[in-house]
Design a protein around this ligand. Structure first.
Ligand SMILES: [Zn+2]
Length: 319
C-alpha cells in the first residue's frame, strides 16, 4: 500500500562554507573551500499523520547565535540562511507549529536552527546532549553550546547505548535511566520503545513500532549523535546520516577522515574519530548490501552534490 510508506522531503535550511582540509584527509590545499548545504528533512508518517523534522539547519539570523560562536562563524563564510527550516516548511504548506517531533542529529550550531519556532514539537536528542548544552566539553574549537537551546519540558534525551571511550564531559553526567526503558511520554501511544540491534547497527529505536522509521545510534561525531532511517517505498529506504561524515568521498571510501594538530594535540572534526570511522563503515555497508532486500539512499547533511541532484525533492515534493 502506497499509504503505508513514509514521505520524506528535503527542507533547505541554509548554506555554510567548509575548508575541505579539516574534513578530507586527501586535501592538502588549505585554500579549497566548499559552500555546502546544511539540510533538514520532513518525514510524514502516514498511519498516525505525524510530522517529524530531522535537524533544523542554520539559524536565519546569525546575530541570534551566542557571541562566542561568532568568531567561528567568520571562518565559515559565505553563509546563507534563507530559507531556513521554518520557511521551507511554509513554502510547502506547513507551519513549524504543525510539527509533532523534532529529532536533532546533534547540537552543533549548524543543525539546531530556531527551536523556538517549533512551539508544539517534542525534541528528541541523543544521550549526553543535556550535559553538553549545560556544561560544554573539554576540547573542540567549534564547540559552543547554548544552555537554553531546547525547552526542558518538551525535550526527551535518549539513554546511553554507545560506548564513548574518548568522551570527556566537563562535568560527569548523571547516571542514565535504565537503558532498557525509554519513555517517550506517550509520544506514540501504545508503542513501547527500547534500543535494539538493527544490523549493521548496534542500537536503533523503532519509533512507531511498525518498522517504518528508526532512530539510529550513530556515535562518533559528537556525543549523542543520531541518524534516522525511513522506508519510503516497498523497495527503497532513506538513511539520513547527519554529520556521520562531511563529504561523499569519505562515505565512498576514497579518502579518510582528516586530522590535524592544534596546540600540540591531534584533533579531528569528530569528537571520537575511531567511533566515527566505525559508524561510517556501517553506513557504507548498509548502502552496499541494502536492507531487507530494498535499496538504501544515504544522505549526508552537508553533501552539496546530493543537494543539487535532489532539489526536486524539496517540500512539498518528496524523495
Ligand atoms: Zn556537526
Amino acid at each position: 500500500m502506497a499509504d503505508s510508506y513514509v514521505k520524506v522531503s528535503l527542507l533547505p535550511s541554509g548554506f555554510l562554507t567548509l575548508p575541505e582540509h579539516f574534513f578530507c584527509a586527501d586535501q592538502d590545499d588549505k585554500s579549497v573551500r566548499n559552500t555546502v548545504p546544511s539540510m533538514s528533512f520532513l518525514l510524514h508518517h502516514p498511519r498516525t499523520g505525524s510530522n517529524i523534522v530531522f535537524d533544523l539547519g542554520l539559524r536565519r539570523n546569525l546575530d541570534d547565535y551566542p557571541r562566542n560562536i561568532h568568531p567561528h562563524l567568520r571562518t565559515r563564510q559565505p553563509i546563507h540562511t534563507a530559507p531556513d527550516a521554518g520557511e521551507s516548511l511554509k513554502k510547502g504548506g506547513l507551519k513549524p507549529s504543525n510539527i509533532d517531533i523534532v529529532i536533532l542529529s546533534h547540537v552543533h550550531y549548524d543543525h539546531v536552527g530556531n527551536p523556538r519556532d517549533f512551539t508544539r514539537a517534542t525534541f528528541i536528542v541523543g544521550y549526553g546532549t543535556r550535559n553538553l548544552l549545560e556544561h560544554g566539553m573539554k576540547y573542540h574549537s567549534a564547540a559552543h553550546f547554548e544552555k537554553d537551546l531546547l525547552p526542558p519540558e518538551r525535550t526527551i534525551e535518549l539513554p546511553i547505548q554507545a560506548k564513548l571511550p574518548n568522551y570527556q564531559p566537563k562535568v560527569a553526567p548523571q547516571a542514565a535511566s535504565s537503558p532498557s526503558t525509554i519513555t517517550l511520554d506517550g509520544l506514540v501511544p501504545g508503542v513501547s520503545h527500547c534500543w535494539k540491534p538493527l544490523p549493521p547497527f548496534d542500537n536503533a529505536i523503532d519509533l512507531f513500532g511498525d518498522a517504518s522509521i528508526f532512530i539510529v545510534d550513530s556515535p562518533g561525531h559528537l556525543v549523542g549523535h543520531l541518524n534516522v532511517f525511513a522506508r519510503v517505498s516497498e523497495d527503497r529506504w532513506v538513511y539520513l546520516a547527519g554529520d556521520a561524515c562531511h563529504h561523499s568521498r569519505i562515505l565512498d571510501g576514497m579518502t579518510d577522515i582528516a586530522t590535524w594538530e592544534e596546540n600540540g594535540m591531534v584533533v579531528c572534526i569528530h569528537a571520537d574519530k575511531e567511533l566515527a570511522v566505525d559508524t561510517v563503515a556501517k553506513i557504507r555497508r548498509l548502502r552496499k548490501e541494502g536492507f531487507r532486500g530494498a535499496s538504501v539512499e544515504v544522505v549526508l547533511s552537508h553533501d552539496a552534490k546530493w543537494y543539487k541532484e535532489y532539489q526536486k525533492s524539496i517540500f512539498p515534493a518528496k524523495l
